[in-house]
Design a protein around this ligand. Structure first.
Ligand code: NDP
Length: 501
């Protein structure tokens, strides 16, 4: 093999990479030793800000293949033909933990996909849960603060965690999933991925439907019990990262089947649930999912930092045929992801190879900025409109208009008991006896660390979802059941007052 010569960052051959230049054998180091200066100052700048959420993750490349004709629903070119394949990159993650935290911690898992389509990159940035804790982005920074560390002690704090959730009853559905064993998936390969949000698909004629995506794992859904997960955190904090890498390395490629739930605007009018409330699912019996494709992961990244750490997904990255819905959490994320990547990676983050729209090169009049590493539009015009043959907008990329009415103000969701129904259905109708027993144990193990008044407030919320659920949590915590029942009978503002101190 030909010997490769080491060089400095500016390409000069390096003569010695062990000994610094000094004035005499025992003398001080010379500032003229540019190889040493460059090596140290580059090292000092190796870390970029870690993601505020989803800091710990693993990624892989693969493809998506269409298996059904869905052209009556969407004109997206990458979904236009049975058998059509599109390259993609996926990043799985935990949410609350820092970059070095354990993969087995109880947490939702991120499930982010970047499709490199011929009409630009389409990013679907979902989770392994079909719902979320809150439904207004105004609450998001507060919610995340409660899942992180106490500002005084720098410790995770059950009081912060449960105080916020018990003051935010719409979280009950996601809390029930998180504290079931689905909150500790066996690996990234053994979990489903959900869009969670509702999106809009529209066809060539401009007709639109509302959709939700369900990526069902072909490996089978597998979870860990709390004791298995705790043991895994201690044994191998990187177990899911390792599992993904090793299975792809040995040719055991993980795959997911994509099922869609689809509602026409007509069907949506009489639908029982608010389509744009991310704390709710669309029951399968009312909106049966249809299978439309398969995702396969078959290539590991070569360099973790370049490809996984610098990957940047934006729920705002749509292609013609797919668009946002009025889901408030989605609207908040549309701003926040792009903004966070500009902070973390710089204004030209979409030029980083893993983020580049490699099958539809960028053509516009955005210019310059830090780390503009391509030719930045070359000598072409840098304004629009121009009459020098620069790229021009194409009306066919416009999405069909969405009729909206009402007043512009801060609209609150009505405080109705709807928020407890689906959590109760999950507890009663979907979970097995063993699932329920594990759920209660997982909750009491964690909620037991919070103050008693917070335990009471949260137990009342479990009780509202299902009597048996609330009663077993209360028993597990040694709470007075009559007191929990009394709190459950109150409306939320009364309950908050009764448990204020
Ligand atoms: P179904 O009986 O038709 O479907 C139940 C779904 O629940 C399945 O997709 C299953 O996933 C999933 N599931 C099983 N155990 C758990 C768990 N511990 N945590 C979260 N999901 C689980 O029910 P419905 O559609 O009528 O919905 C009933 C409840 O099921 C909902 O209130 C919701 O909590 C939950 N659910 C519903 C989904 C939906 O989109 N309708 C999606 C996911 C959950 P799998 O097929 O992988 O086993």
């Amino acid at each position: 093999m030909k010997k490769k010569k080491m060089t400095t960052a500016f390409g000069k051959p390096v003569g010695d990479d062990i000994n610094s230049q000094t004035a005499g054998a025992k003398g001080p180091i010379l500032v003229q030793d540019m190889h040493l200066v460059e090596k140290l100052s580059h090292f000092d700048r190796e870390r970029i800000p870690e993601r505020v959420v989803h800091a710990k993750g693993a990624g892989a490349y693969g493809y998506f293949e269409v298996t059904a004709d869905i052209t009556k629903y969407t004109k997206a070119a990458f979904l236009s033909k049975i058998g059509k394949k599109t390259d993609l990159f996926v990043r799985f993650s935990t949410v609350g933990g820092e970059k070095g935290s354990a993969d087995a911690e109880r947490d939702p898992r991120g499930f982010a996909i970047k499709f490199y389509t011929e009409e630009g990159n389409y990013d679907l940035v979902g989770n392994n849960t079909p719902v979320f804790f809150i439904r207004d982005p105004m609450k998001f920074p507060d919610f995340i603060h409660t899942q992180k560390r106490n500002p005084a002690t720098n410790l995770k704090d059950p009081d912060m965690f449960w105080d916020f959730l018990s003051l935010t009853p719409e979280s009950i559905h996601q809390v029930t999933i998180l504290f079931s064993d689905r909150g500790t998936p066996a690996t990234f390969r053994h979990m489903n991925g959900y869009s969670s949000h509702t999106y809009k698909w529209y066809n060539e004629k401009g007709e639109y439907v509302w959709v939700q995506y369900h990526f069902k794992t072909d490996q089978g859904s597998k979870t860990m019990t709390a004791s298995e997960a705790n043991a895994m955190c201690a044994k191998d904090p990187d177990h899911a990262t390792r599992d993904l890498h090793e299975s792809i390395e040995k040719g055991d490629y993980p795959s997911w089947t994509l099922e869609m739930q689809i509602l026409t605007p007509e069907q949506a009018k009489d639908f029982r649930w608010d389509l744009f409330d991310i704390t709710k699912v669309w029951p399968h019996s009312e909106v049966p999912p249809i299978t439309i494709g398969k995702m396969v992961l078959n290539k590991n990244p070569e360099n973790y930092f370049a490809e996984v750490e610098q990957s940047a997904f934006c729920p705002s990255n749509f292609v013609p045929g797919i668009a946002a819905s009025p889901d408030k959490m989605l609207q908040g994320r549309i701003f926040s992801y792009h903004d966070t990547h500009i902070h973390r990676l710089g204004t030209n983050y979409q030029l980083i190879p893993v983020n580049m729209p490699k099958n539809a090169p960028e053509l516009n009049y955005q210019r310059d900025g830090a780390m503009r590493v391509d030719n930045g539009g070359g000598s072409g015009p840098n304004y629009w409109p121009n009459s020098f043959g620069g790229p021009s907008p194409d009306e066919s990329a416009l999405e069909p208009p969405l009729p909206i009415e009402g007043s512009a103000t801060e609209h609150a969701y009505a405080l109705v008991d709807d928020d407890f129904v689906q959590a109760g259905n999950l507890y009663r109708n979907v979970m097995s006896d063993q699932d329920r027993a594990n759920l209660i144990g997982n909750i009491t193990g964690h909620l037991g660390g919070a103050q008693k008044r917070i335990q009471l407030r949260q137990a009342a919320i479990f009780y509202k979802a299902d009597k048996d659920y609330g009663t077993r949590v209360a028993k597990g915590l040694g709470l007075d059941i009559a007191e929990v029942e009394k709190l459950a009978a109150m409306d939320q503002p009364e309950r908050v007052k009764a448990t204020a101190s």
